[in-house]
Write a protein that binds this ligand. Structure first.
Ligand SMILES: CCCCCCCCCCCCCC(=O)SCCNC(=O)CCNC(=O)[C@H](O)C(C)(C)COP(=O)(O)OP(=O)(O)OC[C@H]1O[C@@H](n2cnc3c(N)ncnc32)[C@H](O)[C@@H]1OP(=O)(O)O
Length: 250
């Protein structure tokens, strides 16, 4: 069973990298209209064969989100050094609302794969209402950047983002970085909230792998305004790499 779980995790990672390669080969459509039909029209040809990728632009994205997206997405393109073409160390990660939808694993996985289960950060269907975000990873530098536009359903203090929603995103970004080389779970998360994040605004979340000691990964995260002048939140986290049997309670 351990082998089938490992295959499942590898399958998921392959899906991630294939989709990332696919998205690099097919330029993202430009968002010039605010009409909600723009996204559905543009995505339609692929929606039957591919799961919906939430980390592509949609009409709810404001100019700051689009600008940041284009900036980081351009870094994912192939780098040219003289005549030599080199693969960029930046990758955009596609975002799906289910991790295990396409997995097969028989009876052992039936406990984990529930048809109604959805990834917490991707379960609000209305574009712009919840977490609009894209993750970019740099494997060489062990760094993860997330651009986030926080929607109106994430309110905590009036007009501002809920601290739990910020924590959720920090866990997601640091968790993504910690999981690059295999499954990992959050053991500890420390957060300092420095300045409130207005609803509807866009922020940049940068996460670094500070130290690795055996199974322990010490990761930090900083949330700032797009130009980096305003610090919103700082966090440190401890992740432990796990064998996927851990999720089966074995
Ligand atoms: C998973 C699939 C991922 C797919 C990727 C999609 C990305 C999606 C992004 C979403 C991502 C979202 C991510 C999420 O939301 S993950 C969901 C939130 N996290 C959890 O639910 C985790 C619950 N806890 C556990 O399962 C276990 O406690 C873990 C696995 C963490 C450790 O239990 P395990 O039995 O394995 O280890 P151990 O107890 O022998 O300890 C080993 C060592 O670690 C040290 N230690 C342990 N705990 C702490 C602590 N709190 N502070 C300081 N140190 C701690 C301990 O002292 C020892 O050190 P030493 O004595 O050896 O020196």
């Amino acid at each position: 069973m351990a082998r089938s779980l490992d295959r499942l995790y590898k399958g998921f990672r392959n899906l991630v990298s294939l989709s990332a390669m696919w998205s690099m080969k097919h330029p993202i459509y430009s968002v010039s209209s605010r009409s909600p039909s723009v996204r559905s029209m543009a995505v339609l040809p692929f929606s039957f064969s591919k799961p919906w990728d939430f980390s592509l632009p949609n009409p709810s994205w404001g100019p700051e989100m689009m600008q940041l997206y284009e900036h980081y997405n351009s870094m994912c393109e192939v780098e040219t050094e003289g005549e030599e073409k080199q693969e960029s160390s930046w990758k955009r990660l596609p975002g799906y609302n289910r991790l295990l939808k396409y997995a097969t694993g028989g009876v052992y996985l039936s406990k984990m794969i529930q048809s109604k289960a959805r990834l917490f950060t991707r379960n609000i269907r209305e574009p712009g209402a919840g977490f609009e975000y894209v993750l970019f990873v740099n494997i060489k530098e062990q760094k993860c950047v997330c651009i986030l536009q926080a929607g109106h359903l994430l309110e905590g203090p009036p007009g501002h983002v809920h601290g739990g929603a910020i924590a959720t995103m920090i866990d997601t970004v640091t968790g993504c970085l910690a999981s690059l080389s295999g499954a990992a779970m959050t053991a500890n998360l420390n957060i300092n909230y420095r300045s409130p994040i207005p609803l509807g605004s866009t922020v940049v979340m940068e996460s670094f792998l500070d130290k690795k000691e055996g199974r322990k990964m010490f990761v930090s995260c900083k949330v700032t305004s797009p130009d980096g002048t305003k610090l919103h939140t700082e966090a440190t986290a401890l992740f432990l790499s796990i064998n996927l049997n851990h999720l089966m309670g074995r």
